[in-house]
Write a protein that binds this ligand. Structure first.
Ligand SMILES: *Cc1c(COP(=O)(O)O)cnc(C)c1O
Length: 356
């Protein structure tokens, strides 16, 4: 697909302090957009000046939530080269989300070209510090103007990008996690495996509750038994119990994280025994009591891995690994970062060089 490029004539000033970039607050000068019409497919692919969207108040997505998104990053290597990390995995997941929500799918070639051309055009916006990156947010919304509940016949797919700061500017800090029983994120047969907007709306109340109680994030349990661990906030979760690295299986209620998959592959390549299996809170509590719960961490694109220092469940406060960052957690963090920034060979072929 041809992408028309319309350059902005008034470029915004770029941030000068990489230390105060934060996350998701600054966007660049351009965006990618294309439209889908049933019978015609995707058309009018453009990279154009970043703009507001104008939607009729009766647009389907505003009422019935046909909205999905993705999240990935572009990284700048030491020599100025630019890398993406497993972008085809994000596209595959976006198409899985699209199929579940009866939305249009996007071809891999179109997606990769759109991301590459936009990021290369905006390359001056990519910060240089280690841990910083250009965050990429592909999004699809249903744009048909109609108030009947049905799958839209029209879609808008757009990509916006913006510089984001290092997640750990002062080094790793273990998080305090609140295990929530009252609310669930996703139920079997639902849309828990999709990066669908509604999942995040459903999670806000529990997150607010955890924050109010002084915790960084919530740990979600399964909707049926309220017993098995699912995810932590918007990240996947891992426990190192004895010599086994355990993470819940992709049963349809959790998000199949690209970082999760990368952690599993790396750990296995290092000879660590990895199990994708249900893990109950009872098992976690018993392992903690027995002293075999050695490490716990969350995984996701934003932070790569985030060490869990404390878990609160049913009035019980469990400190993990003495509240310090675990050895395997740290090793995984460093290894993934080195691969992403082109500082190390890439045995799995995850890195995609798009510039330099
Ligand atoms: C995005 C996301 C993750 C992590 O996925 P990555 O591909 O590793 O970034 C995990 N859980 C939820 C709910 C998410 O939205």
């Amino acid at each position: 697909m041809e992408i028309e490029i319309i350059r902005s004539r008034s470029l915004k000033p770029k941030p000068t302090d990489e230390g105060s970039l934060g996350f998701g607050k600054i966007f660049t000068d351009h965006m990618f957009s294309m439209y889908y019409t049933q019978g015609r497919g995707w058309h009018d692919a453009k990279i154009e000046p970043y703009r507001e969207l104008s939607l009729d108040p009766a647009t389907i997505c505003l009422h019935y939530g046909q909205m999905i998104f993705e999240g990935l990053k572009a990284y700048r290597g030491k020599g100025g080269e630019i890398y993406l990390f497993r972008p085809e995995a994000n596209l595959k997941r976006m198409n899985d989300s699209a199929r579940r929500l009866c939305m249009a799918t996007v071809e891999e070639e179109t997606f990769l070209k759109a991301v590459r051309e936009l990021v290369v055009l905006e390359r001056e916006w990519i910060p240089k510090g280690r841990g910083t990156s250009l965050y990429i947010r592909p999004t699809m919304i249903a744009t048909e103007r109609a108030l009947g509940v049905h799958a839209s016949e029209e879609y808008l797919f757009f990509i916006i990008v913006g510089p984001v700061g290092a997640y750990y500017p002062e080094g790793f800090s273990p998080t305090k996690i609140y295990v929530v029983e009252e609310y669930v994120r996703a139920a079997p047969g639902g849309i828990g495996f999709c990066k669908a907007a509604g999942n995040y709306a459903a999670s806000l109340l529990a997150s607010a509750l955890a924050t109010e109680k002084g915790y960084t994030q919530v740990l979600w349990l399964d909707a049926v038994h309220r017993k098995y661990v699912e995810e932590v906030g918007t990240s996947n979760i891992f426990f190192l119990i004895g010599d086994e690295l355990i993470t819940p299986p992709l049963s349809g209620t959790i998000l199949p994280g690209v970082t999760r998959d990368s952690v599993i592959s790396l750990a296995r390549a290092w000879g660590v025994k990895v199990a994708e299996r249900p893990v109950s809170m009872d098992e976690v509590v018993e392992a903690h009591a027995a002293g075999t719960l050695r490490e716990a961490f969350a995984s996701g694109t934003a932070a790569v891995v985030s060490p869990i220092g404390q878990l609160f469940w049913r009035g019980r406060e469990m400190v993990i690994g003495g509240g310090k960052v675990g050895e395997l957690t740290e090793k995984l963090y460093n290894e993934i970062l080195m691969i992403q920034y082109g500082e190390k060979e890439d045995p799995f072929g995850w890195r995609v060089k798009i510039w330099g």
